[in-house]
Ligand binder design. Sequence first.
Ligand SMILES: [Zn+2]
Length: 555
Amino acid sequence: MQGVIAPIHYPTSGPRRRFSFQASVEQVLLAASLFWLLVSNRQFIGAVLKDREWSDPSAWGFGLAIAVMLVALHYLLLALVANRYTLKPLLTVLFIATAFATHYMQQFGVFLDPSMLRNVVRTDVREASELFTWSLLPHLLFYAVVPVVLLWRLRIHNRAWHHAALVRVGTIALAGAAVVGALLTIFQPFSSLMRNQKELRYLITPANYLWSLTSVVAADTKGAAKPRKTIGQDAALGPAWATRTRPTVFVFVVGETARAANWGLSGYARQTTPRLAQLPVINFADVGSCGTNTETSLPCIFAPVGRRDYDEAEIRGSQGLLHVLAKAGIAVHWRDNQSGCKGVCDGLSNELVADTPPPGLCDKGRCFDEGLLVGLAERLKAAQGPQVLVLHMLGNHGPSYFRRYPPQFAKFQPACQKDDLRQCSRDEIVNAYDNAILYTDEVLARLVETLRAANADTAMLFVSDHGESLGENNLFLHGIPYAIAPKEQTQVPMVMWLSDGFREAAAIDLDCLKQRASRPAAHDHLFHTILGLMDVRTSLYAPDLDLAQACRSKR
Ligand SMILES: [Zn+2]
C-alpha cells in the first residue's frame, strides 16, 4: 500500500508541474468520503447527536461510531464502482451533485427522500431557474470547484491489475467490517433512533440522493412497462340524470402551495380572501393534504385510496377519478397552468395555458392564473350535458412568490422581490406569499362570478395540493417527509360553491354542508365527494367519504 498522499519529485527533464500529487484510487475515495463526512453531513450528525451532552463520554463514542459508519459506507459504495478510469468523472459528478444537494438541504431544510427526488427530476427549466440563485455560487465554489480542481491535479497510481484487485477487495472487506463493527457498538441507541425518526437517513449525503434517485428510476421503469390499471369499469350516471335538461359544469380547481394558515376565510389575521368572503361559498377550515409535494398530492387527490391507505405504486399505476367520470359519460377536460397533470389526465382532453399564451398574462413561459379562465365563458355557452373541468393553478409556487401576481395585488408591503429568500426578511417573504394568496382569491372569485352568470347548473371546488413553510422552525418551501411535516405544509384551504341550479338538481342542503365544513376533512374525501356531487354510480364510491352524502335528500 502507498502511504499518505505525498508530493512526488520529477526528474530534471520532461514537463515540470510544480504542484502535482499522486495517490491510489483507494486513497482518493477515502479522502472524498472524509470530505463528505466533514462538510456535507453536518445536518445528519447534528440530528443524531441532538439530545446528547458534550460532557457525556458516551456521546463521543456514539459520534465516533457514526463518523466511522458514514466514511466506511460511502467508501464501500464508491469502491464497488470506481476504478482508475472512472474515478475522476464519477467523483466530479458526485462533488457537483452533492454541492447542490447540501445547498438546498441547508437552505430550505429539505430531505432528499424518493418523493423529493421525484420532484427534482420532474422539475422543468422554469422552476429550476427560480431555484438557481447567486448565493449558490460561493457554496458551489467551496463544495464542488475546489475538490474537483484538486481531484484533476492528482495523478492516479497505475498498479498491476492483480495488485489493484487485491487492494480493492481488501479495502472493501475492511470498510464492510468497519460499518458492521461501528453499527454493533451503538446498535441499541442507533436502531431506536432510526426507528423513531426514519426520515433521518435521508440526511446522509450523498447516499440519500443516490438511493432515492435509484428507487425513483426503478419504480418508473417498472411502472412504464405496464399500462395503467383500469378502474371504475362499472361507472354510470345515476337515474336522476335522465330528467336533467340543463348543461351541468363542475369546475375543480387544484391550487398550488396555498396553506390554510394564511387563508383569510379560515381565520388568518389578515384578510387575504376579501373577494371570496363576499360570495356565498362554503369554506372547509380544517383540511389535511395527502402529501407535502405536488408529485405525491396531485395523483393522490384523484385516487380512491388517498392518504389513509397510501400506496404510491398503486396510485401511479392506476387510472383515477377523471377516467371514472369519463367512463360514466361525463365530458372531462384539464386546463393546466403548471407542470402538467402528473398522469391523472392521461388519454383525456387537456391543454396548457402557456401553449396559447393569452396576451398580457404570460412572461417567459409562465402565466398568471387568470389565464386559466380565458375561454371559459365560451366553453360554458357551448356546454351540453354533464362536464367536469379541472383547472390546475400555479398558485403560490415558490420561492418566487412575487412572480405569481400582477402588480396591483402587491397590497402587503414591503414584499420580497428576490428569488433567493435569504435576501429577504421573514415579514417580506410572508407579504409576498400573502399577495399571491390575494391573487388566487381574485381568480377564484372571478371564476365563481363567471359560473354564476352562465346558463347552466354550475359548481366550483377549490383545494390546494399542500401547504408551505415560511420560516417556522427555520423551514422554507415544502416537501418534508409526511410523518414529520409541520402543519404549515399539510393543512390546506378548501372552498366549495354551488349554483342554485346545481344545488337543487343534486338535492343538497346547504346549511348541512356548512355544518360538515366546520369539521375536519382531507384530500381523501375528494374522489368520493366529486363522484357523489356528479351522481356517478360505481362500486368504487365510498359514501362515508363523501362530504356531501349526509346533506343530500334521497334521489
Ligand atoms: Zn405543489
